[in-house]
Design a protein around this ligand. Structure first.
Ligand SMILES: [Zn+2]
Length: 181
């Protein structure tokens, strides 16, 4: 009799555990339009990559925010949300260990890969350095030189369409390398 009571108790605990885990577990499947398109890859018929599809969704979203429930992701292009996350309640949105581990080899313990006190310390150091008049003048001179000697001549030679995003990306890299050396 005691054995049966004990067995019943453990079965009850197991069933409660199962019920609890089903209730708090994230959705593995969602029937909303975005999740269905993501899971069936139907978005790829119209777009070449996920970024283009996300951009399309964000443009058409009244809140400029989309949720991909099956990935547990929220993507926003709403300036108010971005200000909330990056300024007003920044401490509520740490990068977290998974992010830091994945990018650890690439970013090390730099400002883009740390949280808390380490981030605050590095942010203050960067603000002090970037706020100096000498740094601003130095960066201005480099960018001014790049515009006059490379960008303007490149634009004046073009007789066909030019991918400005690619050009600006290259100029940014050149400018960053020069300011770091
Ligand atoms: Zn969904």
């Amino acid at each position: 009799m005691e054995l049966q009571a004990s067995l019943f108790f453990w079965i009850l605990i197991f069933l409660l555990y199962l019920l609890f885990s089903l209730l708090i577990k994230p959705k593995l499947w969602c029937n909303c339009e975005i999740c269905s398109a993501y899971l069936t890859l139907s978005w790829s018929k119209q777009f070449n990559n996920l970024c283009d599809w996300y951009t399309h969704l964000l443009k058409n979203s009244p809140s400029k925010t989309i949720h991909i429930h099956v990935l547990r992701n929220t993507i926003t292009a709403n300036p108010e949300n971005i200000e909330y996350m990056l300024k007003t309640k920044f401490h509520n949105f740490p990068k977290g260990k998974p992010f830091s581990i994945i990018l650890g080899d690439f970013l090390g313990r730099g400002i883009f890969n740390v949280d808390g006190d380490s981030w605050k310390f590095q942010k203050n150091m960067a603000s002090m350095e970037l706020g100096k008049t000498s740094t601003c003048c130095y960066v201005f001179d480099i960018i001014n030189f790049e515009i006059k000697t490379r960008l303007v001549p490149l634009l004046s030679k073009q007789d066909q369409a030019l991918d400005l995003q690619d050009v600006f990306k290259r100029k940014l890299i050149v400018s960053l390398v020069k300011t770091r050396s």
